[in-house]
Ligand binder design. Structure first.
Ligand SMILES: CC(C)(COP(=O)(O)OP(=O)(O)OC[C@H]1O[C@@H](n2cnc3c(N)ncnc32)[C@H](O)[C@@H]1OP(=O)(O)O)[C@@H](O)C(=O)NCCC(=O)NCCS
Length: 178
């Protein structure tokens, strides 16, 4: 039987346009869901994508039969690892591609993992929770977004942060009275 080649690979400069296209396609899920003043077309400019990569976001892609179907970025910032810009092409969502990418990136992470998403992206919050992440409280979210991300105040206001078990263990150990 013919076998379809599946793989997760690190993206490089030659993939930039594809990454941008996948982000724009996947981000259609936000349309009319996130606050209107946070929605832009395209969702991310090419310039912003270049800037994110220059800032240390390393994209990994899920490829099936030579076609990139989803991307997810990993960024080491100070003492944590951030999952950034997770997008699967709309018509390939809910097939387990996000789960494959997430587990691959978590294996590569050398420090506690945090991820931020829009508070209104309930599906994304459910996805990360199903993979063991937990939403941190609002005060902690504001602190973390200011410390580890470079995002506008409006985005801080309208986002949530989820943390993995390793991060929670460290925080609880450092402040046991919490
Ligand atoms: C969030 C996102 C990256 C997840 O990727 P994905 O490939 O759709 O993720 P999965 O298929 O692994 O899981 C998604 C859901 O599909 C379900 N699913 C997985 N395989 C499935 C299958 N074969 N049949 C039906 N459902 C399936 C999973 O149970 C999961 O449900 P849950 O979210 O309730 O846990 C993707 O949906 C996406 O790009 N969304 C729009 C943009 C976005 O929200 N990005 C997050 C930014 S941080």
């Amino acid at each position: 039987m013919h076998q379809i080649q599946l793989m997760i690979r690190r993206c490089d400069d030659a993939d930039l346009n594809l990454i941008w296209t996948i982000i724009d396609d996947g981000a259609q899920a936000y349309k009319e869901v996130i606050p209107a003043d946070c929605w832009t077309k395209p969702y991310m400019s090419q310039q912003k994508l270049h800037h994110e990569i220059a800032d240390g976001v390393v994209f990994w892609g899920y490829e099936e039969a030579g076609t990139l179907l989803g991307v997810m970025g990993l960024q080491q910032v100070q003492d944590v690892t951030l999952i950034r810009h997770a997008y699967v092409q709309t018509r390939y969502q809910k097939r387990g591609i996000g789960a494959h990418l997430l587990s691959h990136l978590r294996e590569l992470a050398k420090s506690p993992v945090l991820v931020g998403t829009w508070s209104d992206a309930v599906w994304a919050i459910r996805f990360y929770r199903r993979h063991g992440f937990q939403v941190v409280d609002a005060q902690e979210k504001n602190r973390l977004l200011r410390q580890y991300w470079t995002v506008p105040e409006r985005q801080i206001e309208t986002s949530v942060v989820l943390a993995d078990a390793k991060w929670r263990e460290l925080t609880e150990r450092d402040s046991p009275q919490r």
